[in-house]
Design a protein around this ligand. Structure first.
Ligand SMILES: Cc1cc2nc3c(=O)[nH]c(=O)nc-3n(C[C@H](O)[C@H](O)[C@H](O)COP(=O)(O)OP(=O)(O)OC[C@H]3O[C@@H](n4cnc5c(N)ncnc54)[C@H](O)[C@@H]3O)c2cc1C
Length: 472
């Protein structure tokens, strides 16, 4: 019988499997996807948010613990467990040598990735390269990997893990780490969570899924049915406004549109509905999916003019281009008079100061509701561009409640041999909101702890940084 069974094949699962193996335990990883699609949402990532007190290789200046914590506190509106959040933050300061050891390389951000050179370390080759490096390392260390192995059922004896079921096959293990992602690709669960709106629409029917189709939440649902303690709200998710032409699944990073803060966003009725310049884009991009989800028809339109070009990461698909605003309204199918009035009101309300997209500048609107509080410049320079936006779900936040050991809890009692990491428990730190790069900080910190704990539960206590940390 294998010591540690790891369920899932993304960052958290791989971190757990590698740590368990390094601690001396045998490890088997079950990935639902075929090999070509292995790696879950982790294959789409670009960076890791890192605490650091002084410049480090690809990271400039400093990003101290307190600032990271305040950023997290702000975006979550206090819906976070401070002890676990600080654990993640501190771990982000020390995990990169270990990642490098397993073949992950870092690079500074490309131009156009705004405001993150200080806070985020980018993976060379992106998430795909990271995942491939971890799989190679896992293979080298003797972790067994099985693809196309979706676990449908967990067998418990009281609070103890006994076995996992893949179809009719029963796979017993001495301990287990659940790292099977959120439930963002479970369309019926999303529909149930979001329900019907006042217009009689089912908003979730218009959601696109940015990542893997394999994160269906089967195990999360089953653990809930088995009485595991949960945390979070099923409607809370990392949701980005993405190009409405993106595919249903796996559009990844290239379908994101980063021009929102440089222009205005209108709904189907050609009305603005939120402050596009509230804060730096990496601190705000993750609220725009939800904002669009709350609009009629779950669609929005980002409108910019020629002045914005070159100031945001160029999207993969060209926007709708027009030489005049009426032409743009007509090409986007928006009511021309309302569109003209909204743009005229916005342009007239702009108080132009010193435009600086790298600072919270003093270009703002006056007497306009909703206001645009920074980077407000009149949209008056052709050509004009419009991009239709849809809510793009990155990952859901409902998860299993844990303490620092990552043990799954039943009525507050931690299981002795069942642990959880990554998106399946990210809701402990992220009750709502998001700040770029923290998903990988959470998955890396808790994946490593879960692997260490699962190995320890089988008597393998190789002295690692994580075991020392948890024991302290
Ligand atoms: C487009 C995109 C870009 C992102 N960019 C960033 C970024 O730059 N920085 C950042 O910090 N975060 C980013 N994120 C979020 C990040 O992907 C997640 O926080 C992180 O990858 C979660 O890791 P995980 O291992 O928990 O889940 P995943 O990587 O999603 O892995 C879940 C795994 O479980 C498998 N699985 C699911 N169900 C089963 C089952 N029943 N049996 C067996 N296996 C199963 C899946 O196939 C998958 O391999 C991004 C997400 C997306 C979609």
């Amino acid at each position: 019988m294998v010591d540690v069974l790891v369920i899932g094949g993304g960052n958290a699962a791989l971190c757990a499997a590698l740590m368990a193996r390094e601690a001396g335990a045998s490890a088997l990883l079950l990935e639902a996807a075929p090999q070509a699609w292995r790696g879950g949402n982790s294959m789409h990532v670009r960076n890791l948010r890192c605490m650091h007190d002084a410049p480090q290789d690809v990271l400039i200046e400093a990003y101290p613990e307190e600032e990271y914590w305040q950023d997290l506190l702000k975006v979550t509106g206090g819906k976070t467990d401070e002890a676990l959040a600080r654990l993640v933050i501190r771990a982000s300061a020390t995990c990169r040598p270990w990642m490098r050891k397993h073949g992950v390389h870092f690079q500074p951000p490309l131009s156009g990735a705004l405001h993150v050179a200080r806070t985020n370390a980018f993976f060379m080759g992106g998430g795909k390269a990271l995942v491939n490096a971890y799989y190679r390392s896992a293979q080298r260390l003797g972790v067994q990997v099985r693809y196309e192995s979706p676990v449908e059922r967990i067998e418990l004896d009281g609070d103890r893990f006994v076995a996992a079921w893949v179809g009719n096959e029963r796979i017993a293990a001495r301990s287990c780490v659940l790292a099977a992602g959120g439930f963002e690709s479970n369309r019926s669960w999303l529909r149930e969570a979001w329900g019907q709106n006042a217009n009689g629409e089912w908003p979730a029917d218009n959601f696109l899924i940015r990542g893997t189709r394999f994160n269906t939440g089967v195990l999360l649902k089953q653990m809930m049915a088995l009485g595991a303690d949960t945390i979070g709200d099923p409607t809370q998710a990392h949701m980005v406004a993405i190009d409405a032409r993106a595919p249903q699944y796996d559009g990844g990073i290239c379908t994101r549109l980063d021009c929102v803060s440089l222009g205005v966003v209108l709904n189907r009725n050609a009305e603005r509905f939120y402050d596009e310049g509230e804060d730096f884009w990496p601190k705000r991009y993750a609220i725009w999916g939800r904002l669009v989800a709350q609009q009629p028809g779950q669609i929005g339109y980002s409108i910019v003019d020629a002045k914005a070009v070159g100031r945001f990461m160029p999207p993969v698909f060209d926007g709708v281009q027009a030489d005049s605003l009426p032409e743009l309204a007509s090409k986007l199918g928006l009511a021309p008079e309302r569109f003209a009035r909204t743009l005229a009101d916005f342009n007239a309300a702009c108080r132009i100061g010193h435009f600086n997209h790298t600072q919270l500048d003093d270009c703002h609107t006056e007497g306009l509701a909703p206001a645009k509080t920074h980077w407000a410049l009149p949209i008056d320079t052709p050509p004009f561009y419009g991009y239709a936006l849809r809510p793009g779900v990155t990952f859901t936040y409902l998860g299993l409640k844990v303490g620092a050991s990552t043990a799954v809890q039943f009525g507050g009692r931690p299981s002795a041999n069942l642990f959880v990491a990554g998106e399946m428990m990210a809701g402990n730190v992220l009750g709502q909101g998001y700040t770029a790069g923290v998903g990988m900080s959470i998955g890396t910190a808790f994946g490593r702890i879960a692997g260490t704990q699962a190995a320890a539960a089988t008597g393998h206590r190789g002295r690692t940084e994580e075991s020392a940390h948890v024991a302290a």
